[in-house]
Design a protein around this ligand. Sequence first.
Ligand code: PLP
Length: 470
Amino acid sequence: MSHLFRCLPSVDVCLTALLERAPELHAQPRPLLREAVTAYWDGQRADIRAGRVTEPEQLALDAHLPLLLAHVRAALRSRLRPVINATGVVVHTNMGRSVLAPEACEAVLRAAQGYSTLELDLRTGGRGSRHALVEELICRLTGAEAAMTVNNNAAAVLLVLDTFCRGGEVVVSRGELVEIGGSFRIPEVMAKSGATLREVGATNRTHLRDYAAAINEQTRALMRVHTSNYRIVGFHSAVPLEELVALARRHDLPVFEDLGSGSLTDFSACGLPNEPTVPSVLAAGADIVTFSGDKVLGGPQAGIIAGSRERIAALKANQLTRALRCDKLTLAALEATLRLYCEPERARERIPTLRMIFLPPEALARSARRLASRLRRVLGDACRIRLREDVSRVGGGAFPQYDLPTTLVCLEPAVCSAVELRRRLLDGDPPLVGRLDEQGFCLDPRTLCEHDHARVAALLRAALTERIEP
Ligand SMILES: *Cc1c(COP(=O)(O)O)cnc(C)c1O
């Protein structure tokens, strides 16, 4: 056995051979390359010990080079990789939520490549405020007096409660104490602020009198949380914001609204219900509204806080703000995204999240037909392909249960199960993520662009026909 171990090629010999075969590996950090090569041969060492490798010829580098190269490439691939989203879920938290508009991408690149006015006041040459970069735009688009941004909406909620409710009570309806996913629970984030949650009402019904009964000397605010990711149907009632505001005013208390998705767009044109928009919530009298930058707004991850001048000033002065602030790349992307909103038509054309939500069913049906005929050409009889009318979801906890009509391309592979096809596609480069249901593996054209079609076809062909069985 020991003579076999001596036959293993040295790391240096392997590296030379690899770099000759794949010169692009020169760009990779040498220590990582060496580790990947070592790990590959460790696998062979285990095979020798287990008696699976018995002849020196089985260890020849030439024979191993293709597998070694595949192993090294996989080991050195960046962990944050692009994927193709064919699920039709537009704001998919697992896949990075919103795709940025080209204008936002350019702004990120500009901010990344050089120094910038992040906190530089050009009038004085001294220190400026990063909050000022997008404040004017947010005010213009929402009607708020003042605004600021933090790292995400969870941070926004935490900051608001820490600033105004620490040591006191905040009244919130039991039906709104939601878990957002990734086990982020509104009640727990709120509790971190040091405020005590005073839950009122029942899960499905809360009345104004429930809020009124909960108010005492400890009360610092009334809070509403948008029930983003679920919908109560049937016997249900919530208090209209106007009535809550009137009650709060009588007790000299503020009303905070966590809008979650926070849209600036009226989505009723594409059949979605008339959800409250940020301007409508502020107009109804909410003192502060918080919402996400990367849900239906279609921008970068951020928490946007809009409200009255004094309240925003108090938030900016909280030391916690320093720990929750946005970085320059986020602010660059957010500014460019918000700028597009100044012309709503343009926002719908340029912001991918909005464009995908607004895609008309006819365009999706055409797109599905084109994709299906391409796949039939490329895949032959490796797969049965049909079209099916179905629905897409906005995702990101926005518009739960509301359906956006679409046409799916459904695949029933002949060579393996749909579950196995899904697994193979996740293993592809780039990984392709689709939908698995009782009837097979489906692709929703809503979240694919036309130039993804060729790549989708190539990935499917690789998954169904070029597979080497282990
Ligand atoms: C999504 C959501 C949050 C969390 O927002 P992030 O930007 O993901 O931190 C908080 N509240 C509600 C109601 C939400 O929908």
